[in-house]
Design a binder for this molecule. Structure first.
Ligand code: NAP
Length: 247
């Protein structure tokens, strides 16, 4: 991937993915998106191969502002050959993963759907003119295994689980439409594996039994999976070790 847009570069996984892509290839250009560009690492803010643009999944005007800014950064002919959506929301100031039905809250559900699902579809829409060139393109949504409907034997986390399931459905829909309009392309969902980050931090004690990766390990794992993704993998839900997950 040589011209890559990554949403959520102020986050642990998005930031590590962007850093790794820049570090591994002096020809790769990364356009990073996040709410506050000043929160991205100094490395990404100052490196000549990277540009950080403002974008907020909860602001409906934001995708158009991103495509407007992209106009002066990348020609549509050249286009992007990678789009990775690594933004996500599990908890916030007035938001915590629900344990039971009584915890459901309209505001939290709407926020989770905006950040975890809609943002991916709307940014893909904004990037469409840059996805229509003839080279192979990878579009990847960083999802979560807990978004698998088949795998859900535990319940809870209503807003997060259901918004990730919605994200997965957006991936499946796009895996049908994008090859008709932007061939050659593959659109996939990725489970990053449990990773040290602000998102997973409140659960670190209960995660102690699990293998927890550093953001840098996760970025290496996800890029290894993405590097191996070809057109034949379009529409798959892949885990960080390359194994397939059930929808
Ligand atoms: N960490 C794990 O164990 C784990 C496991 C499974 C799946 N995932 C998924 O991996 C992805 C990355 O998570 P992470 O662990 O790197 O968490 P993180 O460090 O908390 O990063 C989350 C990112 O999402 C961004 N975000 C939140 N609300 C936003 C909004 N309204 N508009 C735009 N961006 C917004 C954050 O931006 P700000 O910096 O502005 O808040 C940040 O860049 C998420 O989709 C998450 O669901 C993580």
């Amino acid at each position: 991937m040589k011209r890559v847009v990554i949403a959520g570069v102020s986050g642990a996984i998005g930031g590590a993915l962007a850093t790794r892509l820049v570090e591994r290839d002096s020809q790769t250009r990364v356009i990073g998106l996040c709410r506050e560009p000043g929160k991205a690492s100094e490395f990404l803010r100052t490196h000549q191969q990277s540009t950080v643009l403002p974008w907020d999944a909860e602001d409906s005007a934001s995708p158009a502002a991103v495509s407007e800014a992209l106009e002066s950064l990348l020609s549509k002919q050249e286009g992007v050959d990678g789009f990775i959506y690594a933004a996500g929301l599990l908890h916030g100031a007035d938001m915590f993963p629900e344990k039971r039905l009584e915890d459901l809250d309209a505001g939290s559900l709407a926020r989770a759907f905006a950040v975890n699902a809609a943002g991916f579809g709307l940014l893909t829409q904004a990037l469409l003119p840059w996805l229509r060139h003839r080279e192979f393109k990878r579009v990847a949504a960083v999802s979560a295994k807990v978004g698998s409907i088949t795998d859900n034997g535990f319940g809870g986390w209503y807003a997060y689980r259901s918004s990730k399931a919605a994200l997965n459905m957006l991936v499946r829909n796009l895996s049908i439409e994008l090859p008709r309009r932007c061939k050659p392309i593959a659109c996939v969902s990725l489970h990053p594996g449990t990773t040290e980050s602000a998102l997973s931090e409140p659960f670190s004690q209960s995660l102690a039994k699990l293998k927890v990766h550093t953001p840098s390990e996760t970025a290496a794992n996800l890029l290894a999976v993405l590097d191996g993704v070809g057109e034949e993998d379009n529409g798959r839900f892949l885990s960080w070790d390359g194994s397939e997950l059930p929808w």
